[in-house]
Each structure stands twice: as C-alpha cells, then as structure tokens.
Design a protein around this ligand. Structure first.
Ligand code: ARG
Length: 405
C-alpha cells in the first residue's frame, strides 16, 4: 500500500509518517509545497528521508499559488467575514491538487493529511481531492488517533522523531505569501490581547517608524503589477509589500471567526501585503466601476469568498462568479497611492485611464456644464413613492383620531 502524505516538517506530520508506516505497513511518499512559508525546504526533505519515506517531493509552487489562487482572491476582494484574507484557505486546494498529482504518478491509491477534525482545512483538502480524483481514498489519522500532545511526544521519542524543545511558544502556525495564521495557547482566550511574541511579520504599531511611508501600487486587469513605478514579478511584489507594510505595523488581524463546522474561534493573523493590496484594489474599483457594478459585485465577492473559505474551490458556482468578476477586471487599470503609518493604512490618491470620476460633474464650482435646474424634477419623481406612502399614513392617523374622540 502506498500513501502520499502532505508533509509540513512539523511534529504532527512527522509522527504521521511513522504512524502510517506502522498501522498500514505502508510506503509513505511525502509532499511539501513551497507556497512562500519561508521554511528550509531542504531541511524538511532531509527530515522526511530520515524517517524512512519511500520518496520525498519538494515542489516550488509559489508562482502557481500567486497566479491561480491569490490573484483571483484579489479580484474578488476576498475578506471572509470582512476581516480574513483567506490565506490558509487558498493554499489548501493547491495542496490537494498536488497530492493527487503525486499519488497518481507514484501509483498510490491513498492520500493523507494532518488536519484535525475540528477545523476547515480537512474539508478543503478532502472536498477538492475527491472532486478531481474520486478514485483516491483519503486518510486523516489526526481525526481518529486521539493522541494528546504528551502521547504524541512519547510516540515521537519512541520512533526517533526530533521533538521541538520550545514549550514557551505553543502556537500552531500556518503561513504562505498571503498571510500568517497563529492559533492555540493563550490566543484561545478571546478576551486576552495577543502577546507580542505571536507576531513575526509585523512590527508593533508602537515601535513602527515615526515617519509615514508611501506606496504607489499599479494594477493591470485587476492585479498588482508595479510598486513605486517598478514592475515586479508577482511573488517578489507580494514579498516586498509584506516587508514594507510589516515594518509599519500594518496587517495585524484579530477577530472572531465562524468555522465551517459551526464552531466560533478566535483567530489572529498577520497579512501585511494582503491588507494593503485588497484596500487599494477595492478603492480602484470604486473609481472605475459604475455604482450598480460595485454594489452587485459586493454580493458576488462575498459568495466567492464563502465558497473558498468553506472548501468549495472546485464548485462550478465559483467559475460562474469568476466569469462576472473577470469582465469587471478588464477595466481595472490604474494607480493607487497609500500611506502607511504606525499600524494605520490609508488610501490617499488614485488614478485610472478608465476612471468614471468627472471633475466637471463633481465640482461645486459654478462654472460647470451640469444643469442644476434638472435636479428639481428629479427630486419630484425620486420622492414620489415615499410621498404617496406618507400621505396615506397621515390620512389613517387623522381618521383614527376622529374615531377615538
Ligand atoms: N482559521 C483559518 C482558516 O480556517 C486558519 C487555519 C489555520 N490552519 C492551520 N492548519 N494552522 O483558514
């Protein structure tokens, strides 16, 4: 029996290798994706090999991740429950896709992952894998093995798996180019402020520079293309904005999140680049799209984001929504200027060749071609239904007053 396992190099998935080998007498093939998590992929490969895997795959998927997963999220202004840029959620379908690809290549009928039974990630990986390869079975040992931290450490020691010595930072971390999620430990108490040591990508606003920093972000067809007039490849561009926004304390998120399976959870994230790019993108849309498009798109964006958060990356509705989103983005060209200062982020300017802003119309200067007299007739008709309804209401009140005297 052969199993392709999504391997992070951490304790859980390292224990998983041995557990799968032992329980199923299986050959384990480990797969690690580089989605910009900034970890030593060679060290992870060595660790997998030292645990006796049949084969290990390290895949650099940073470009693919940005172009096929992050870019659509930018176009959809994706913020789950108005706060979370779905960073982890975006990486899961890609992981599922690659696991299936490797499983097929290696003649494995099983894939395995280290997600718990309480979270969203199990759903995202399994629904996607099943949608593209129904013939492959999924094993999710963490859901069934019922090991607590201590049992896991004992199991690890028995099997020569290196155990991290730091008990000081008991956090569960997931990171990729679009953001960093921090869970567990003290963070599970939603009343307590996150301690400073949970943050790694962002300076605390108090310690951020005393001078504001500006960014000019250029968009082409809805996605960022250049920063401060310099064209960059998508991965470097996001990396760069993560650094600039991070050092200005921008991108910290702390909110109560509704998990798909119905549990409320306290989530803490650092998403500097996502926060900046989404803010700029949304602003540019308001300059370029009509008010009807903006208001309809908000609904489409929310639907898109909910599908992605809830693991339905492969649902046809997502393609349908994207067909609409794509048309709107064809005009989404232009530049947005942002000011970053001690944790604050402000759009302070925007331009576009497709701007619908008309100075002649907008100005309060009286030298304008707009005929103010036409507004009188407009108000007459605009308020008509409201006036009719209020007239009736007043008639009824008057009638009741007469009857009760
Ligand atoms: N709550 C976030 C989400 O569902 C973050 C999940 C983090 N996952 C993890 N395996 N640490 O997308």
């Amino acid at each position: 029996m052969r199993i392709a396992l999504a391997y992070s190099g951490g304790l859980d998935t390292s224990v998983l290798i041995k557990w799968l080998q032992e329980k199923y007498n299986a050959d384990v093939i480990t797969v690690t994706l580089d989605v910009g998590q900034k970890e030593d992929l060679n060290a992870i490969a060595k660790k997998a090999e030292s645990l006796g895997v049949l084969k290990h795959y390290s895949l650099d998927t940073k470009n693919e991740f940005v172009k096929n997963y992050v870019f659509p999220a930018i176009k959809a202004n994706a913020l789950y429950e108005g706060k979370y840029p779905v960073s982890t959620a975006l990486s899961r379908p890609l992981i599922a896709e690659k696991l299936v690809e490797i499983a097929k290549k290696e003649d494995a009928n099983f894939i395995a992952h280290g997600c718990t039974g309480k979270g969203n990630d199990q759903v995202r990986i399994e629904v996607t894998a099943k949608a593209i390869a129904p013939e492959i079975s999924v094993i999710a040992p963490v859901r069934e093995w019922n090991m607590d931290r201590e049992a896991e450490i004992n199991f690890a020691k028995k099997h020569g798996i290196p155990v991290p010595v730091t008990t000081k930072k008991p956090y569960s971390i997931d990171q990729n180019l679009w953001g960093r999620s921090i869970e567990c430990g003290i963070l599970e108490d939603p009343a307590k402020e996150p301690p400073e040591d949970v943050f790694e990508w962002t300076t605390s606003p108090e310690k951020a520079p005393d001078k504001p920093e500006y960014l000019s972000l250029e968009f082409e067809n809805g996605v960022p293309k250049a920063v401060n007039e310099e064209i960059m490849d998508p991965v470097s561009l996001i990396d760069y904005i993560n650094v600039v926004a991070g050092r200005n304390g921008v991108g910290r998120i702390d909110h109560i999140e509704d998990r798909l399976i119905g549990i409320k959870s306290r989530e803490v994230y650092e998403c500097p680049a996502a926060t900046v790019i989404l803010e700029a993108h949304k602003d540019l849309e308001k300059l370029v799209l009509t008010r009807h498009e903006v208001s309809f798109k908000q609904q489409v964006d929310t639907l898109w984001t909910n599908l992605v958060y809830t693991g339905l990356w492969k649902d046809p509705l997502k393609d349908d929504l994207e067909a609409f989103i794509e048309t709107t983005q064809l005009r989404l060209n232009g530049k947005v200027k942002l000011k970053l200062y001690k944790g604050g982020l402000q759009v302070v300017g925007r331009t576009s060749p497709n701007s619908l802003y008309d100075m002649d119309l907008a100005t309060y200067d009286i030298k304008t071609t707009f005929n103010q007299l036409s507004s009188a007739g407009f108000i007459e008709l605009w308020g008509l239904p409201t006036r009719v309804a209020n007239a009736l209401k007043q008639k009824k009140v008057a009638k009741n007053n007469v009857e009760s005297t």
